[in-house]
Design a protein around this ligand. Structure first.
Ligand code: NAD
Length: 499
């Protein structure tokens, strides 16, 4: 066993050299070994970091679009080259398998690519001669210091949803990643420096509620972009907006997959397994409730269970299909839901509690689990489990399935599997969910659209990245301009009218 590595803040382009009063432990979930100790920022330190960011932002916000996009292109290139290194850090602290970790970085990279187009994205409107001799045009300007607070499950991708767009728009950033797997965020932040971004424009502080509260209440933090569980998202939204900030707070999810009787059941079963158990179900877009419109449920459950027998759960560096859960507490919580599902009367088709795992005996293991005959009252249906547990709910019709989905408190992602274009079209119109897949189980929008759910999956009205991201990270101005000539003379106290 080696000594845990110290993971510290990145402030003004340099690792912090102070001594933390409080720290957290970081583990390798595949072995249970403590690999890191992460410094927690005090409120005072957060204040210092915000000031560093504010100072750096003064110059960055007036840096030309040509220079900003040059940094973005360099960052994009470095991130592409170091993808594997970042992925290795993710697997070591989160547990997801390496190929999945590379996929995560690649989806984050797409946002950096989107942000490379910032000169085009920040173009305003111009109306020549809106009134005689008067031109009107619009500008978008940076907010100043923006805070990003991210969850454990996408330690690189979620920060990348926000930071490239915020930086491209001319802001400076204080990122507070999850304290459970903080190293990937630091590694990506260091790439910004290599890419030529001035020191202090992107900073990282580690910590827990104390650091988050300091960001939510600091007068120089202009906006907060949060991703995490629904109770904390609601708290962040309410606290941040009460302190005058612009807030987008993305919360939890319970994503449904509606399978109509005419669907290709083999494709639907593949999709359910991939979307249910990828990243051990620790994805905000994971499918956790499969709604089977009868008479297909029996056949679908059989096909899913068959596929599940082929999955290998184990250490993500060993070419397995599914890794461990993130912490031992989370593993026990998810296993507790399996116990509850049995106690509440659901039919346990595949039990992940007793599997064979290709990893350390101290790892946080739980195999893929399948329940059938789940009812909407059971806790395995009502709660976000955030683990490898797939629940099949049987319904009699499309309408019954739609009503079930729309009654759910969450509205992040949803998928419909069908060969009926008319049904799919009706579904996309009627379902109360932000991101919809038609025969696509994890419909994460590409970077030039925006990512976000409805209902308790998002507080605020801006989704992440894409056009919403540009809008969120800038403030609008409209200029009405006239270059005087003698004909403009004379007094007139009336309200200006177009002439
Ligand atoms: P979490 O809410 O526990 O933590 C998220 C962030 O909030 C972390 O940085 C954490 O340090 C901080 N935090 C935790 N408790 C806090 C408190 N009491 N006060 C202030 N800050 C606090 O979430 P998690 O467990 O890291 O991530 C999993 C959750 O994130 C799931 O619910 C998942 O659905 C959700 N998620 C949602 C999306 C989305 O796009 N909607 C994406 C990824 C994850």
């Amino acid at each position: 066993m080696t000594d845990p590595t110290r993971i510290t803040h990145l402030v003004g382009g340099k690792p912090w050299t102070g001594e933390a009063e409080r720290t957290g432990q970081v583990f390798n979930p595949a072995t249970g070994e403590q690999t890191g100790v992460v410094d927690f920022a005090s409120a005072d330190l957060v204040g210092e970091v915000v000031e560093t960011a504010r100072q750096a932002g003064l110059a960055w916000g007036t840096t030309s679009l040509a220079k900003r996009s040059a940094v973005l292109f360099a960052f994009r290139q470095l991130l592409d080259e170091r993808k594997e290194d970042i992925a290795a850090l993710i697997t070591a602290e989160h547990g997801k398998v390496l190929s999945d970790a590379v996929g995560e970085v690649t989806r984050g990279l797409e946002v950096a690519e989107f942000a490379c187009g910032i000169p085009h994205l920040l173009k305003g409107g111009f109306s020549e001669n809106a009134s005689t001799g008067v031109d009107v045009y619009s500008l978008r300007q940076p907010l100043g210091v923006v805070a990003v607070i991210s969850p454990f499950n996408f330690p690189a991708m979620v920060p990348l949803w926000f930071v490239p767009v915020a930086v491209a728009c001319g802001n400076s950033v204080v990122l507070k990643p999850s304290e459970k797997d903080p190293s990937a965020a630091v590694a990506v932040a260091q790439l910004w420096l290599e890419a030529g971004l001035p020191e202090g424009v992107v900073n990282v502080v580690h910590g827990d509620k104390e650091a988050v509260d300091a960001l939510l209440t600091h007068p120089d933090v202009a906006s907060v972009s949060f991703v995490g569980s629904t109770p904390i998202a609601r708290y962040v939204y309410e606290t941040g907006t009460a302190h005058g900030k612009r807030v987008q707070a993305l919360g939890g999810a319970k994503n449904h997959m509606l399978v109509l009787p005419d669907a290709d059941l083999d494709l639907a079963a593949d999709a359910a397994v991939n979307a249910g158990f990828g990243s051990a179900g620790e994805r905000c877009m994971a499918i956790s409730a499969l709604v089977a419109v009868e008479p297909v449920a029996d056949a679908l459950v059989t096909k899913i269970a068959e596929r599940m027998t082929t999955l290998r759960t184990g250490d993500g560096t060993k070419g397995t299909d599914m890794g461990p859960l993130v912490t031992s507490q989370h593993r026990d919580k998810v296993a507790g839901y399996v116990d509850a599902g049995v106690a509440e009367g659901a039919r346990l088709v595949v039990d992940g509690r007793d599997g064979e795992f290709d990893g350390g005996s101290g790892g946080y293991w739980l195999g893929p689990t399948l329940f059938d005959q789940v009812t909407p009252q059971m806790s395995i249906y009502t709660d976000e489990i955030f683990g490898p547990v797939l629940s099949v709910v049987r319904v009699g019709s499309y309408d019954e399935g739609l009503d079930l989905i729309n009654a759910n408190q969450y509205g992040n992602g949803v998928a419909i599997f069908t060969n009926d274009g008319g049904a799919a079209r009706r579904f996309q119109h009627e379902v109360q969910v932000g991101m919809i897949g038609v025969n696509v189980p994890i419909p994460v929008p590409v970077s030039y659209y925006s990512f976000g759910g409805w209902k308790n999956s998002l507080f605020g009205d801006s989704h992440a990245y894409g056009p919403d991201g540009i809008h969120f990270f800038t403030r609008g101005k409209v200029v009405t301009s006239r270059w005087l000539d003698p004909s403009h003379g004379g007094l007139d106290l009336g309200f200006p009218q177009n002439r």
